[in-house]
Design a protein around this ligand. Structure first.
Ligand code: NAD
Length: 352
């Protein structure tokens, strides 16, 4: 199948294929839209079954990045790159060097960063070949944490700010005494729990591994919950911070919360679930708007004249963007995920 006939093709500006036999690299870069600025999006290394599966992923993910950047008020477009191969078995320094050359060959139209299967050390190797590698160094830090290139602290703060705005909108209250269930006590989930605790929320947490739960119980007084029970809890807010498609036909009928919002990507198993949530009066914070703190962080790390304060202020805009979405969704009687997509399209359709 040609790229132009592919079901995930959505007027992508540039799709480039690269093969370096010596380095064992087969990779694709997709640039979806650069109306607002150069495309930014991570590099994913994954054992795709074939190049067709890799193409599907890169077309879909690069488009998602355009929407995310537009809603995060960034002067960036959307792009993504994929490397075909198992990162645990096939990754070599030569391969990363070749990938750096590939990124460089687009001349700054596309900036890469971390994604599944790619570590900061891999980016450092790529950066020897190209200046268009983001997320290699961190100069601004957040919440007192030493910067180490992982944007999780910024992502967690963005999710916190966004949930605060969502609770204000839906429940007309601050977070004091509000019951929040968090799925996933990983890099983002645990930090989100810390922010929520400091704001007076009551926490219910789960994970498939005990370490994060035990820490949240000990340090934050959280109530531990079994993974399969988290969505049916009698709580005010559910924060999915583990994996995608967690709001699905199985969990949906059990949800009692009035607000849903977390760090996980693609939380809705399908877009129509947003319509059902809207009809049921459950406020859904569109995932790519709420979890944009990470991309905002990467953007500021590359700016020569940013600051901790500028980074924080930019992340706090997530709350205002969500309120804009909610107000319009109410006025137009539409689901918040649909309205977010329309606002993003309005923003990136016009050149900066
Ligand atoms: P992480 O891997 O550190 O944490 C995820 C946690 O979820 C792990 O502790 C894992 O054990 C747990 N988990 C997995 N399956 C689960 C299940 N079925 N039930 C309960 N817990 C389960 O990842 P992270 O960096 O904290 O990111 C969390 C999510 O947010 C991911 O989906 C990620 O793609 C997304 N995200 C992260 C960032 C970031 O800056 N790190 C930015 C945007 C989006």
């Amino acid at each position: 199948m040609s790229v132009f006939d592919h079901p995930e093709f959505d007027n992508h500006e540039h799709v480039a294929f690269y093969h370096d036999k010596e380095a064992g690299l087969s990779a694709i870069i997709a640039v979806h839209n650069t109306n607002l600025g150069p495309a930014l999006g991570g590099c994913r290394m994954w054992p795709y079954i074939n190049s067709s599966e890799a193409l599907t992923d890169v077309l879909r993910l690069s488009k998602g990045m355009t929407y995310k950047a537009a809603m995060a008020n960034l002067k960036l477009g959307g792009g993504k790159s994929v490397i075909i191969g198992d990162p645990r078995k096939a990754k070599t320094k030569e391969m990363m060097t070749a990938m750096g050359k590939f990124v460089d060959s687009l001349g700054g139209k596309y900036f890469t960063a971390e994604d599944s299967g790619i570590a900061v050390t891999d980016l450092q190797t790529m950066a020897e070949q190209s200046e268009y590698i983001a997320g290699v160094q961190a100069q601004y830090h957040f919440a007192g944490e030493k910067p180490d290139g992982n944007p999780a602290p910024s992502t967690a703060y963005g999710v916190f700010v966004g949930l605060k705005a969502s609770v204000e909108y839906a429940l007309k209250s601050d977070l004091q005494g509000v019951k929040v269930a968090i799925q996933g006590m990983g890099h983002v989930g645990f930090r989100l729990a810390q922010h929520l605790k400091a704001a007076g929320a009551e926490l219910f947490v789960t994970d498939i591994y005990p370490e994060g739960i035990e820490r949240a119980v000990e340090e934050l007084g959280a109530t531990p919950v079994a993974p399969e029970e988290i969505y049916a809890l009698d709580v005010d807010v559910i924060a999915p911070c583990a994996l995608g498609a967690s709001i699905n036909d199985t969990t949906l009928p059990t949800i009692k919360a009035r607000v849903i919002g977390g760090a996980a990507n693609n939380q809705l198993a399908r877009e129509e679930i947003g319509d059902i949530l809207h009809k049921q009066g459950i406020l859904y914070a569109p995932d790519y708007v709420l979890n944009a703190g990470g991309i905002i962080d990467i953007y500021h790390q590359r700016m020569e004249s940013s600051s901790n304060e500028a980074l924080r202020a930019h992340i706090e805009e997530i709350g205002d963007t969500l309120k804009e979405i909610y107000t319009r969704a109410d006025a137009e009687q539409k689901a918040t995920n649909r309205v977010a997509n329309v606002i993003a399209e309005e923003r990136f359709s016009n050149k900066a």
